[in-house]
Design a protein around this ligand. Structure first.
Ligand code: TXA
Ligand code: MG
Length: 318
């Protein structure tokens, strides 16, 4: 059921049920993080492998401190103060009461304070953190509207808390503070340059890999439409795929000889924030239109463009 009652969402979560929650990035599929049975239902609903750990969501730094083992590093505190609530996830050492299922047995835990008024209100009324991955079947495109969740996981959720369209549209940036140097594990809605200047320190960037246990979840193939999806120079790809029913996805370009209903422009004015907001919804619509192939091109590799390109490359990965 879709609705906007924080009270209803709260009661289902207390009862150990799954509730989809809105955030500024993408919708999450939430459960009581301290209830292993509820958490195991998240993995079942998404068909997600258990080696892929979950992010915990809370509404205050005090609650973060109840989850993290030891003192939070100064650089992490700086980022927390500057960005939370916001699209940043930090990986830090975890206290022992966090179930192994949440962290896939790792000694660290991923945490964030999301920036959405309904979810912040909900979190403030709960005395446990919410474990929540993106509310999509494993490997598929992340949801940026309540209706996206309903379409794919509607039957598996007790309630979908409708908070409208997600304002950022790309998953949070994940930074690990578990090693010697803070490291970006996933590029997200925050520009690396901005993070570095806020921290006053350099960030290492780990490029994603396959299912190596030390790099959980950073799978090469992800965010994938079911329709064939190719990334490159659209003009030349059009020649290669001549005769097929082709759809295009580009930042601002349109192409001759392609039906206008199959041409998707992420942002006419080449605004990367607007492009990020549209990306997942457009991929979904493209998938539903079922062309023979989707041809896409990268956006400029700067600021938010890096995260957009990361998602495009993984959507195209074989
Ligand atoms: O924006 C977001 O982060 C959204 C919203 C719902 O908050 N959530 C999200 O969750 O994108 P999910 O499960 O789709 O992605 C979480 C990523 C996974 O790639 C997982 O491997 C990584 O976080 N992760 C979680 N805990 C980790 C840990 N302890 N160490 C390293 N990576 C971790
Ligand atoms: Mg996800």
């Amino acid at each position: 059921m879709i609705g906007s009652s924080v009270e209803v969402a709260k009661q289902h979560l207390i009862d150990g049920k799954l509730v989809a929650i809105p955030t500024e990035t993408v919708y999450g599929l939430a459960a009581n993080a301290l209830n292993p049975e509820a958490v195991s239902n998240i993995f079942k609903a998404k068909n997600r492998p258990s080696f892929d750990p979950l992010i915990l969501h809370v509404d205050s730094l005090e609650k973060v401190k109840e989850i993290v083992l030891g003192k939070i590093p100064e650089t992490a505190i700086k980022l927390a103060n500057a960005i939370w609530p916001g699209p940043l996830t930090m990986v830090l050492p975890r206290k022992p009461h966090i179930p192994d299922l949440v962290t896939s047995g790792l000694e660290t835990v991923a945490i964030r304070i999301p920036n959405h008024p309904l979810t912040l209100e909900l979190l403030s009324k709960l005395d446990f953190p919410l474990a929540a991955p993106s509310a999509n079947p494993f490997g598929y495109i992340s949801p940026t509207e309540a209706q996206h969740v309903e379409a794919q996981l509607g039957e598996k959720t007790a309630y979908i808390l409708d908070g409208g369209k997600c304002k950022v549209g790309l998953e949070s940036t994940i930074i690990s503070f578990a090693g010697e140097q803070p490291t970006v594990l996933r590029k997200g809605g925050l520009a690396i340059e901005e993070l570095e200047s806020l921290m006053g320190a350099k960030l290492a960037i780990r490029e994603h890999s396959s299912s190596r246990p030390d790099a959980p979840g950073m799978l090469h193939k992800h965010y994938s439409p079911k329709v064939p999806f190719e990334l490159g120079d659209i003009e030349s790809l059009l020649k290669e795929h001549k005769g097929k029913n082709i759809a295009t996805l580009s930042l601002s370009k349109t192409f001759k000889g392609i039906s206008s209903t199959l041409q998707f422009v992420l942002s006419e004015k080449e605004d990367l924030s607007e492009a990020a907001r549209n990306l997942f919804a457009y991929l979904r619509t493209l998938d539903q239109l079922q062309p023979d192939i989707i041809l896409a091109e990268l956006v400029p590799e700067e600021g938010l463009g890096r995260a957009i390109n990361d998602r495009l490359r993984r959507a195209a990965a074989k």
